[in-house]
Design a protein around this ligand. Structure first.
Ligand code: ZN
Length: 218
């Protein structure tokens, strides 16, 4: 899943207006943001196998620290605690934690059975929506559209940046997504890892947007 994770972040903004959209992006994509670094450090492994699913050619061989349910709960707790300590907002911290965990649920829906529950052990889980390209596009596209709608109805731009930076971000997310789904398989492990690192720029972009939009109503 790709844009579905960002969708959760957009919708969550309505539930916790005092948390920046950037922090929600960070939370929803935390597993995928730390994953490339863990791969570079040799803690996690993947391979490129065109055809392994209809949507992604990536075979996730081992990624217990970034993508086990337990690992994500730990990263989520860490982010939540930092949030709590720095900003002293318990409800927001809890929601940040839940948004981190939502990543596992959405990945569980789409991945082949390759997601672990805990760090050790051989059991892997995943419902495999990625075996259907049309199914993936429908589910993820619908989720994205609904959540963007929720976000757009809950917030207004403060200036032109608030409007156009959001529209541009949505366009970029959709283009990256379509490129992933319909484009050729990536040329190398390095290309995957470094384009995954570039997702940090999307987090920065969301922080920027958040400063140029405000919630509607009381
Ligand atoms: Zn993931």
């Amino acid at each position: 899943m790709f844009i579905g994770h960002f969708a959760v972040a957009f919708a969550a903004k309505r539930a916790v207006p005092d948390v920046s959209l950037g922090t929600l992006f960070l939370a929803a994509q935390l597993a995928d943001l730390i994953w490339p670094t863990l791969v570079l450090l040799g803690f996690e492994q993947f391979a490129i196998r065109p055809g392994i699913t209809a949507v992604t050619p990536l075979e996730f061989i081992r990624y217990p620290y970034s993508h086990s349910l337990l690992g994500m709960a730990a990263w989520g707790a860490l982010l939540g605690i930092v949030y709590l300590v720095v900003l002293r907002k318990a409800r927001a911290a809890l929601l940040v934690f839940l948004v981190v965990l939502s990543h596992w649920l959405l990945d569980f829906l789409t991945h082949r059975p390759d997601l672990p529950l805990v760090i050790a052990g051989a059991e892997r889980y995943g419902l495999g929506l990625w075996h259907s390209r049309i199914g993936t596009l429908l589910v993820e596209g619908l989720l994205f559209a609904v959540c963007i709608w929720i976000y757009a109805r809950a917030t207004v731009p403060l200036d032109r940046i608030g409007r156009w930076a959001l529209l541009a971000l949505i366009a970029v997310l959709v283009l990256i997504y379509l490129g992933n789904v319909f484009g050729p398989p990536p040329p190398s492990i390095g290309a995957v890892v470094w384009s995954a690192q570039a997702v940090w720029l999307l987090v920065a972009w969301a922080y920027w947007i958040d400063r140029h939009r405000t919630m509607i109503g009381p």
